[in-house]
Design a protein around this ligand. Sequence first.
Ligand code: OVM
Length: 398
Amino acid sequence: MKTIDQIPSFDFDPYDERELADPYPRYAELRAAGPVVRLTKYNVVAMARHAEVHAALRDWETYSSAAGVGLDDLRKGERWRPSSLLLEVDPPIHDKTRAVMNVVLSMPALRRMQGDFEAMAEKLADELVERREFDGMADLAIPFILKVFPDAVGLPEEGRENLLPWGDMIFNSFGPRNQRFQDATRTAETVRAWIFEHSQRKSLSANGLGAAVFAAVDKGRLEEEEGEVLVRSMLTAGLDTTVTGLGASVLAFSRFPDQWDILREQPNLARQAFDEIVRWASPVQTFFRTTTKPVIVEEVTIPEDTKVLLFLASANSDDRVYPEPEKLDIFRRNLDHVGFGNGIHKCVGQMVAKLEAEVVFNALLKRVKRFELLEEPSMYLNNTVRAFERIPVRVIPA
Ligand code: OVM
């Protein structure tokens, strides 16, 4: 048996810009070092192999979310926003809100929006294929998501420019209070005010996902304020993640044209392809848990009340589970990937993300024979999301 003082320890800063720019070599080093390692810079324990990350995500009783899923312990110090009633709570609180969101974001509920999603995808695909050259982020992923998702939630057109800065700020806040976090919070007050105002019933259309949350309030399942917190979760979790996932899709299909060819022959594999892209790109790279009791992992005793950094992206590129993990393979057995998390907190919005991807893929499948990457993509650094700045491509029409 070992204490955490006897396991491999590292003093690098995972939030340093050189690390965030190219984290995969480091992930391999961490996986090779052992099942549990220590990061001295932040005094946390970390797991980078698939087996341990997956097991921790599935054991909420030991690995709690209630102290927050970032580096900060939300139970201590001052708060600048209330905890998420999904992400930052354990059962039984979690189960009540999750049950509401499971219905709000279920496939039958989304069917009503599918036509609007398709119309936007068709329009964008027409324009972009006509142009031949475009940026997968600024011209495709961002305008698509910023149209269809806020429409689906029921937000007005005006003010949507606050959504990505809000997400950038929140996803940075899961890391340390570094320069990147400070920079992202520069416009915090106006952004925060818009988001909070637009989480309220009065700001939302009568037939969107936001209104569906308040319908649960009207049925007595939630308090009004809880409804607002849940709407805010959609505005936080639903944009940066999917924008990154769609951008990654453009990149993936230009790097792996054989996979695009397979999809062109079997468009019914679109959702499966997107799931593999989420494994491959892991838009959310890291989340933390906090131990509720001493726990033994592969001979290592992790004490109670320890922040544990789970390297989701590293788990998804662990070759013990995914041979040649850097390859996109639509037919790969990837059911247990942790790109959407796992266990009780597994992404409640994944049906929305998959529908968004599916309609965009379908629109492009009809029109595009091949994507060619014009330049290596530039990254947009964030403490949690591995985001892109630009993905310049040319398309060869079908
Ligand atoms: C939430 C939330 C916020 C950010 C990310 C997320 C990826 C959830 O408010 O529940 O999941």
